[in-house]
Design a protein around this ligand. Structure first.
Ligand code: BGC
Length: 342
């Protein structure tokens, strides 16, 4: 079942309505998504007589426009595009021509630039009783990207307690695309996720530079503090290192969604599995969250697990990532699968 209501105190902005859509399944799981930024504001799961919200989120459009929140660049729950994560030096090549993107993190381009897909008002369409589609036309040269890009993101809540997110895009000129969703999970409502457990089905990460962009280099991290293959407590090494913000890489050749990670907590009966068709996944343990209004969110109050193409993919030497030409259709998928009970 899908219901909707206005998500803003103003009726519309530039003649566009800002709404919140809530999809419910038969087990009573509720997913709320706004057409502002495609933000997933809540994923609520019934536990006993209570609804437990498993992601960080706010109650209105105005909350997501508050200065305090925007100044923290947290991208809570939103669709990220046209290119998720960083493009080093805000530069990439199409054929042999340099393309320059807007700079919004030092000299680098982060999460689609100054006004990325997370701040756009998307057109919403209810497709069926468990499917919502958001679409957006990103104009040629928006934030410096070539090509008019027509994007659609479909959300489906299944009776198997999965939220399936399907990204689809077409361009009229060769461009680059890397779309993801940015929810921060917190399964037990505690202030910090440091006691959550995380299993990651990969032992390789991309090496990072000091400015957070990535190098053209893959590291084997078996038996290091980055190794989560053993279902480790996230905060196990926080006294040495608490800034997990790294991209894990996977062999995902056959394009069907593959299990990448599992998040659980001893203080919660809820577990979430993250599956996707993408070749990599950014793990961000939320160290820099620091919001006092509309809701106080401190460091590590949620963890973002974001399947995507390689950060800086178009400049990755061996195997360039994430180009899209007019003859192709961009099709990628992320699944959050919820399991309830120990
Ligand atoms: C990035 C972090 C960034 C966060 C919020 C994550 O995807 O990897 O570096 O701080 O998003 O912007």
């Amino acid at each position: 079942m899908i219901s909707s209501h206005s998500f803003s105190s103003k009726n519309d902005l530039d003649n566009k309505k800002i709404e919140l859509f809530t999809i419910r399944n038969k087990s009573g799981i509720q997913v709320s998504i706004s057409n502002y930024g495609g933000i997933i504001t809540a994923i609520e799961i019934p536990i006993g007589l209570k609804m437990v919200n498993t992601v960080l989120g706010f109650k209105s459009y105005e909350d997501y426009r508050s200065k305090d929140y925007l100044n923290n660049y947290a991208y809570l729950g939103a669709i990220i595009g046209r290119y998720a994560n960083r493009i080093n030096n805000s530069k990439f090549k199409i054929n042999s021509y340099d393309c320059h993107l807007s700079k919004n993190e030092g000299k680098n381009h982060l999460h689609g630039g100054i006004e990325g897909f997370d701040k756009k008002i998307w057109t919403a369409k209810i497709i069926s009783q468990n499917k919502l589609e958001l679409s957006y036309l990103s104009q040629h040269m928006e934030e410096g990207y070539p090509g008019n890009l027509q994007v659609s993101v479909k959300y489906e809540l299944t009776e198997r307690n999965e939220l399936k997110i399907k990204f689809n895009a077409k361009t009229d000129k060769k461009t680059i695309v890397n779309l993801t969703q940015h929810p921060y999970f917190n399964l037990n409502g505690n202030k910090s996720i440091k006691n959550h457990k995380l299993k990651i089905y990969s032992n390789r990460i991309l090496k990072k530079k000091t400015d957070n962009s990535v190098c053209n280099c893959i590291l084997d991290i078996k038996d290091t503090i980055f190794d989560f293959s053993t279902n480790k407590t996230i905060g196990a090494n926080f006294n040495e290192f608490d800034d997990y913000d790294h991209c894990y890489i996977f062999d995902n050749k056959n394009k069907s969604p593959k299990l990448m990670a599992e998040l659980s907590s001893d203080d919660s009966p809820i577990k979430v599995q993250i599956l996707s068709t993408y070749p990599s996944m950014q793990l961000y343990a939320g160290k820099h969250l620091n919001i006092s209004k509309p809701v106080k969110l401190d460091s590590h109050s949620g963890i973002a697990i974001e399947p995507q193409f390689y950060p800086n993919g178009p400049n990755f030497k061996k195997d360039r990532h994430a180009y899209l030409s007019p003859k192709e259709t961009y099709r990628e998928e992320i699944i959050y699968r919820f399991k309830i009970g120990k």
